[in-house]
Design a protein around this ligand. Sequence first.
Ligand code: ZN
Length: 187
Amino acid sequence: MKRQEIIEFIKEIGVLQEGHFKLTSGLHSKQYMQCAKVFEQPKNAEKLVTALKKSLPSNIDTVIAPAIGGICMGYELAHTLGSRFIFAERQNGQMTLRRGFKLSRGERVLIAEDVVTTGGSVKEVLEIAREAGCDLIGVTALVDRSNGSVDFGIPFYPLLKIEVAAYQPKECPLCQQGMAVDKPGSR
Ligand code: ZN
C-alpha cells in the first residue's frame, strides 16, 4: 500500500479523524488518531500488518510488545510472520516480563508498538531484550508520530509516519473560525 492509500484507509475506518479536537495535552488539533480502532475489525488490522510485513526483515523468532497499546499489534504481526509473541507490562512502574514469558540469548527479536510518540515504552522493552542477550533486529509500529525525534539505536520500521499539527488554544486557527471543539478522549 502506498502512503496515500494507507492514509485514506485509516480515515475510512475511523482511525484518523478530522475536525477540531482538544488533545489530552490541552493543545488543539485538526486531526485525532485513535489507533485502537485498527483492531476493532481484525480484517483491517490484517490488511495494514500485511502491508507492513513487506518492509520487515525475515526470520523473526519473537515479536515482543509493550502492554497495552502494542499487544494487538504485536499479536497480529507475530501471526503474520509466523513467529512467537510475548508482551511486557508494568509492575510497580517497571516494565517487566510476567506470565511465564521468557527471552533467550541469540533469539531474533522484533519490538512492536501501535503508535510511537516518545518511544519510552519501546525503549524499556528493548532494554529487557538486550539484558536477555537477544539479537535485536528492530522496532516496528503502525504509526510513527515522533517527528523523527526518536532514536532506538536499531532499525525502526514504521508503516506510516504522520505529523499532527497541534496549537495552543489561543493560537488555534479553528477556534478563530469559531468551530466547536471536540474532546475525543471523553467519548
Ligand atoms: Zn481550537
